[in-house]
Design a protein around this ligand. Sequence first.
Ligand code: ADP
Ligand code: MG
Length: 607
Amino acid sequence: MSIRLLPKTLVNRIAAGEVVERPASVVKELVENSLDAGAAHIEVSLRDGGAAYICVTDDGGGMAHDDLALAVTRHATSKLPGDDLFAIHSLGFRGEALPSMGAVARLTITSRAADSGDADDAWSLHVAGGDQSAPKPAALACGTRVEVADLFYATPARLKFLKTTRTETARALEAVQRLAMAHPHVAFSFDADGGAPKVLAATSGDLFDARLARLAQIMGRDFADNALPITAERGEMTLTGHIGLPTLNRGLPDKQFLFVNGRPVRDKLLLGAVRGAYQDFLARNRHPLLALYLELPPREVDVNVHPAKTEVRFRDAGSVRGLIIGALRHALAEAGHRTTTTGSDFALGAMRHGTGAGATPFSSRSSSPARGLAENSLRYQAPLESTPAAGPLPGLQAVPSAAAVAEALPEDAESYPLGAARAQLHETYIVSQTADGMVIVDQHAAHERLVYETMKQALENGSVARQGLLIPEVVELDEDAAAALVSRAQELAALGLVLESFGPGSVVVRETPALLGEMDIAGLVRDLVGEIAAMGDALSLKERLQDVCSTMACHGSVRAGRRLKPDEMNALLREMEATPHSGQCNHGRPTYVELRLTDIEKLFGRR
Ligand code: ADP
Ligand code: MG
């Protein structure tokens, strides 16, 4: 068999497979072209999820007669003037999108070059299944309109891979939203199957304000109200954007938007860095909301990894990761004990409508398929039948400042951010009075967080203080579990838990972390076994410190259901103020909600 060159139509169809995967990829490529053309308004409309018809109209620079014919030719582009693949300043550069669409669908482009003085200088060109017509005179006031009809009619096998109209429409909308987040000064509209168009009005102000306004249009007011601004630099790289407080979290990482030099990307390295930055604040199955914009010299990043251009490769990946983790951690630390407003808004709404029971704004309470620590921890946060107060508050006794502060109460306590404790309700919540309102603290969640932060600090300083048990406690397990635990004995000792083998199938615990106070040792050991089995051999306990600490805190902390004395409550509040990140528990739920007097007055119609 002899070798032959494939005909042009076939080459285009093969290449189209990579560029045009589904209607959303057509929409993405067309909107990118409109942005590259400097458009201020971009309209997108779809029929049948885009399979039947896609139309993108812009008011950008447009194309003259000769350019129009070239635009649908493979590898013809106006965007690489210097032939330098490492100096890319536009979204497009491969010159493949339009010819690919012409190869697998019926493509019509109508355009008018902005710089043409002639009144009737608009032209239209049609390509179907790779066959191209000559440009014909047309009517168009300005800019460009690209229509793509009967997508994949020339390659019907592809049609089978399309999902429902609804899914394809949603993906196309998301493609538009991603690009819109990087171009807040451009107005967008999107309509599908004759429905009411979704409009993203152009936002004004400096880039930062404009972006936040655009993010609010797309992610909701909630995000804007609970977002922290990010600005960081490292060498020639800059990172800007907005990140959500950990208490505003979701079950899916679908609201994390990352941009490199204005291009939306889905990149494992970047997402991994985000996860790393939040890992202290969120359970593994919860995800923050954020939009981050990385700018770096084009030569530092290769966007030519895949025809869809959503993957990138960094020359210095370590620096990029360091920049992101550093900037995010810093912002989260600055936020201190701030918690989302969503909680108190919800509380107020619930009071207003008298529907407090049942629903909760923190979806971690809803059943999720992953049975993780979050649920485990919730189990402990449920009130116990009855637990008499025994001894001083575990954990806090180790902190001298807490006791000292407790003495000075209650005269000036209201001037503290978390106020003076006035009551404990249902043996679960501490209610305190602040200068201008009230605070309700979830005592278990708060204490769990304090234990975690204290342990982390202690580990950084060398070791965790331990206390010996008068009577060592023997815990019966099964043989594998006991062996697994004993193999981690050294690591556990560093965390303050000293145990050793006690014949097959049992361990004996001799010392426990001092800051946990009196605790349910057998319960802790059994849960740790589960924790260690779940994490496998690859990870050290230190790397999973958050989970281990949560487990420990659950057994040692002020469980819900324990009655607290006033000075214990106040000590807990003071400790929360002094501890970074105490506004949420280790699973990203808030540890307290704050109601201001002005809000309470509104409830009673006083305002
Ligand atoms: P690329 O964007 O990679 O250059 P495309 O196939 O998407 O390749 O587009 C080819 C060329 O057609 C572009 O380089 C540009 O000059 C022109 N073009 C495409 N869309 C538009 C538009 N909406 N407005 C003005 N010019 C456009
Ligand atoms: Mg393009």
